[in-house]
Design a protein around this ligand. Structure first.
Ligand code: Z7Z
Length: 403
């Protein structure tokens, strides 16, 4: 049990939010975190934490007060060396953030992506057909949530086929490294040099197809919108943040639909209109990205507490997305609610630039499923995969009844 000891002006918790118990089921801790105050000090890691929607939202939209350039993990780049060259999007702030962000916003914007829907729908139909042909009981994680993004996204970026099996372990390790150097980070360490070397190599211009997101990033360098030095790192951002996040968003969605048959029925009745809301409700409800850090650029006053300059603050997106101060029946997965305003993609200038890609993947997969599947039910115990940042599934056994 967590104990909250009152100190000067900030409540203190000795809980370990990166320990196996809380990672396995973070909800009780998150509820305590919200209730004890707008800011809590986590003495194990010597960092501050926020779990309420109001303060998390406010901090995310204040990039001048809460910077990203010192890293969004526990490692403070003001004092410690990052394990890989910092991302030009994630780990920067204006003005350096602006050009890479503008380039990716355009390439990954809804208008640019609309050309992909038809082919992604065909891919989703083909995938769902072959899964159903193989049987009505299967693992929704490997067969759908992982299989579909891996089928369409690397092609859309334009990387070669060889080595794509490294994308998921790369993301799993990267998202672990935003937390402390615990056993989850150790688990990924032996292979990371090889895997990261492969990822970096895919970002070179000559490795990329000539019509994908990757080629478009290099074309932006030709136009002078970003430099040639920046281009490969921007491609790396796609390969870093574009796979495991979407996979776990889809897994959360499929789990929600299998667990709440009435929500599946609702979706099936109106897939064209509900497919997008469904993904966002899953991102709110499960928050595949549970947490990340910001760093105070000066002494910051929040809810009566002071966060001193240079200190790290852990933002609990998952807790904010289930804050009863903001959401009605926050623990319900409910396609009838309007989930907009959730902070599952972050908020403000760093808000997920790939969210339209993720939504499109989800839309294609859900429409293919809705047209072919009558019912989808859990057929065994779903298993979590622990990660310092991601709310992740190892397996979700399901049984479906075809239409
Ligand atoms: O640019 C990048 O490499 C990148 C990596 C990770 C961008 C974003 C993320 C990320 C997304 C990190 C959500 C934490 C939470």
């Amino acid at each position: 049990m967590t104990t909250f000891v009152s100190s000067t002006d900030v409540p203190v918790s000795n809980a370990d939010p990166f320990g196996p118990d809380i990672l396995d089921n973070p909800l009780p801790f998150q509820s305590e975190l919200r209730d004890v105050g707008p800011v809590v000090y986590l003495d194990r890691y010597d960092v501050f934490a926020m779990g309420r929607y109001e303060q998390v939202h406010a901090a995310l939209t204040d990039w001048q007060g809460f910077q990203s350039a010192a890293g969004v993990g526990l490692t403070n780049y003001l004092y410690e060396k990052p394990w890989r060259p910092p991302s030009l999007l994630l780990e920067t702030d204006p003005p350096h953030h602006d050009a890479p962000r503008a380039v990716l916003s355009k390439i990954l914007g809804p208008r640019a992506l609309s050309r992909l829907l038809v082919s992604w729908l065909a891919d989703a139909e083909d995938l769902v057909d072959s899964v159903l042909e193989a049987g009505t009981e299967f693992d929704a994680v490997t067969e759908l949530a992982e299989a579909f993004p891996l089928r369409v996204f690397p092609d859309a970026v334009g990387i070669p086929d060889e080595g794509r099996d490294k994308l998921l372990p790369y993301g799993d390790h990267l998202f672990n490294t935003f937390g402390p150097a615990n056993s989850l980070v150790e688990k990924g360490a032996p292979r990371i040099a090889e895997i990261a070397g492969w990822v970096d190599a895919q970002c070179a211009r000559n490795m990329l197809s000539d019509d994908g997101f990757g080629a478009q990033i290099w074309a932006a360098a030709d136009r002078g919108d970003i430099t040639y030095e920046q281009a490969p790192l921007v491609v790396r951002s796609l390969l870093s943040a574009g796979v495991d996040t979407t996979v776990n968003g889809l897994a959360a969605l499929l789990h929600g639909l299998a667990r709440y048959p009435e929500q599946w029925a609702r979706l099936r009745a109106a897939p064209e209109t509900l497919a997008r809301t469904a993904f966002d409700e899953a991102v709110r409800w499960e928050s595949p990205v549970q947490t990340f850090f910001r760093t105070a650029t000066r002494d910051m006053r929040v809810g009566g507490a002071t966060i001193p300059q240079g200190r790290k603050i852990l933002m609990f997106l998952g807790a904010a997305n289930r804050d009863p101060r903001r959401w009605e029946n926050p623990d319900d997965f409910d396609l009838a609610r309007n989930p907009s305003g959730h902070v599952g993609y972050g908020m403000g200038i760093h808000q997920c630039v790939g969210q339209h890609v993720a939504r499109l993947e989800s839309e294609a997969l859900l429409r293919a499923l809705a047209a072919r599947v009558e019912s989808i039910e859990l057929a065994g115990t779903a298993k979590r995969r622990l990660n310092n940042t991601l709310r992740s599934w190892e397996s979700i056994p399901v049984e479906i009844r075809p239409r």
